[in-house]
Design a protein around this ligand. Sequence first.
Ligand SMILES: Nc1nc(=O)c2c([nH]1)NC[C@@H]1CN(c3ccc(C(=O)N[C@@H](CCC(=O)O)C(=O)O)cc3)C=[N+]21
Length: 282
Amino acid sequence: MTALRLDGKLTRDEIFVDLTARVAALREQGITPGLGTVLVGDDPGSAAYVRGKHNDCAKVGIESIRRDLPADVSSDELDAVIDELNADPACTGYIVQLPLPKHLDENRALERVDPEKDADGLHPVNLGRLVLGATGALPCTPRGIVHLLRRYEVPIDGAHVVVIGRGVTVGRPMGLILTRRSENATVTLCHTGTRDLAAEVSRADIVIAAAGVPDLITADMVKPGAAVIDVGVSRTDAGLRGDVAADVAEVAGFLSPNPGGVGPLTRAFLLTNVVERAEPQL
Ligand SMILES: Nc1nc(=O)c2c([nH]1)NC[C@@H]1CN(c3ccc(C(=O)N[C@@H](CCC(=O)O)C(=O)O)cc3)C=[N+]21
């Protein structure tokens, strides 16, 4: 068997067609959506991700606002930039690119963002809204994963999903989203304290690997026909590696590769969050 590839770039392009029309409608009403990014330091990976987000903005007609700060920026100076974007009407949504250098407190930065401008869906108010079942910006990567599964008609309702990783950007909110009534999945959230990862994964209809450990998920662990979503990225000497070993494609029914899977959708839902924050003004 060879798994059906869940194509993140194709799906991203479909979303961009829809977003382009919605941005045009906003502009006709005199509303100009603008995405801001706050990038601290000169990590080449982070710089490339931020560049990708602004390239995407240009494709759909969203204005770009960039704040690039030196690696040794003080906590007070970062606060001042966040306050400035909160006050800037041209910036309708923005993100503080993670990770931040060690001397800065990520939770403090995420909390300082105006929750109504939180394009990442990672502000404590928006994560709290997710827990409460209220509406707010949703975290981009988990939202992209649900969209990709639905796009390829992978059954979610009643499925047993094993998520590997409890990070704030993927694993933790993924569990919250998949257990809503609208998704209705049963979720096992695995992490470094899980005793028998192989046993957990072998029971999954859907495996979402967001651990950041190269080749963590191997073919012998996966139930034949399962959907496997590779979210992890590690920089190794052999280049960028996902969490899912190549041989999984021979066992899985569906496979979202990395790169080319959820990464482009993370960016697409970042822009979707910006457009959605602007639309209530219509
Ligand atoms: N505040 C914040 N929000 C984030 O959303 C955020 C972050 N910080 N820090 C880093 C991670 C990582 N991340 C990626 C987004 C897109 C690709 C992506 O598009 N990757 C392409 C390959 C690279 C490319 O083609 O440009 C792919 O998977 O096919 C990857 C990684 C967002 N992150």
